[in-house]
Design a protein around this ligand. Structure first.
Ligand SMILES: O=C(O)CCC(=O)C(=O)O
Ligand SMILES: [Fe+2]
Length: 362
């Protein structure tokens, strides 16, 4: 089942337990039972998903002012809710540096990684939103994801908490800061282009992002798994915020997207960015473009890394369809809700394997 997964995580009382990376390194033949999906949710093997149908939704960001490229964006969003961005202006060298510092972080010995732990005082009872760790256990019947992550706030800039940012490799901080400042521009370009497609004020969505609105970088690390047929690297979900910019491993597949009840392997291309709509933007555009449900499967041999940056709105923002999209013939399709209540609902629904946005549909 699909859930909306928030960019921040549930406050809870986790048990101290090995990270998935440590489990994988220990070489067990079977994943521990907490990771094993109920039978009806298993996905057989990687072939359970179809190959991605042509054409792959590629959008050239340097040409978005051209009508034909804007139409490609519309087609991609209508069909998939995401696209692969080319000519986004970030040099290959910066993207390669981002990959390399991320890899280096996860390659360090566990004690080094734990210096960024999200557990408060390492006591295993309290944890903070930012930092390194795996899923938090909040109930006995929770099915855990076969992945670990490093979760860091990148927006607003003055709320970056460098105490949680890795100090090794040394360049990590500079590279992430540079990358974050570059993709923020891409965020605004894409939000403006979407508003234009919808024929509303070009700045409508950008203006929903106040200077307090959070942006989180989430480095996902998926270790190899001895039984990829039994687990998911990341359970089916849609992203809870406004827009997500994903920098995906182009050498190891695993991301799948759902359309009309079927799963498709999402293609990855070197040095492209995958940009997807998230739930709050689905509400704001009154469901014309929807937030895609996706998941990650693992494989026996290779580890996989991705970097998702989630852009959200400020807690006090009212989530509602843009007034410019409503008239007698186009009534609102979603109930209004303050963003902080939406985020609170996300947590609970994600835990239950449901999408909170579905409960707002009129
Ligand atoms: O690892 C991926 O490709 C996707 C990650 C993702 O969906 C997420 O972090 O929300
Ligand atoms: Fe996601």
């Amino acid at each position: 089942m699909a859930a909306s997964h928030p960019s921040t995580e549930m406050a809870a009382s986790p048990m101290v337990r090995p990270t998935v990376q440590e489990l994988a390194a220990a070489g067990a033949e079977e994943p521990p039972r907490q990771y094993v999906l109920p039978e009806q949710d298993r996905h057989g093997d990687l072939l359970a998903a179809d190959e991605f149908p042509e054409p792959i939704p590629l959008v050239d960001l340097s040409r978005l002012t051209d009508a034909d490229e804007a139409e490609r964006l519309r087609a991609a969003l209508q069909t998939w809710g995401f696209f692969l961005a080319t000519n986004h202006g970030i040099e290959d060298s910066l993207m390669d540096a981002m990959t390399s510092v991320s890899r280096e972080f996860f390659r360090q010995p566990a004690e080094e990684r734990q210096k960024c732990s999200n557990l408060v005082d390492g006591n295993g009872k309290d944890y903070q939103v930012e930092g390194y760790g795996s899923d938090k256990v909040v109930s006995d019947d929770q099915v855990l994801n076969w992945s670990d992550r490093l979760h860091l706030r990148v927006e607003p800039e003055d709320e970056r908490n460098f105490a949680k940012w890795p100090s090794h490799p040394e360049s990590f901080r500079d590279v992430l800061q540079e990358y974050a400042s570059r993709i923020k521009k891409i965020r605004d370009l894409v939000l403006r282009s979407i508003a234009k497609l919808l024929e509303i004020d070009e700045d409508y969505f950008v203006n929903q992002i106040s200077n307090k609105a959070p942006g989180f970088a989430r480095f996902n690390y998926y270790p190899p798994c001895p039984r990829p047929d039994l687990v998911l690297g990341l359970r089916a979900h849609s992203d809870g915020g406004l827009l997500t910019i994903l920098f995906n491993d182009d050498t190891v597949g695993g991301l799948q997207v759902q359309r009309d009840g079927r799963w498709y392997n999402v293609p990855a291309k070197p040095h492209t960015l995958l940009i997807n709509l998230a739930d709050c933007l689905e509400i704001m555009n009154n469901g014309i473009f929807t937030s895609p449900v996706h998941r990650v499967v693992t494989n026996v041999e290779k580890d996989r890394l991705s970097l998702a940056v989630f852009y959200a709105v400020d807690a006090e923002t009212m989530l509602e369809p843009a007034p410019g999209l409503l008239d007698d013939k186009r009534p609102p399709r979603y109930k209004k809700m303050v963003a902080k209540d939406f985020v609170a609902g996300l947590f609970e629904h994600f835990r239950q394997g449901k999408r909170f946005i579905d409960t707002l549909k009129i």
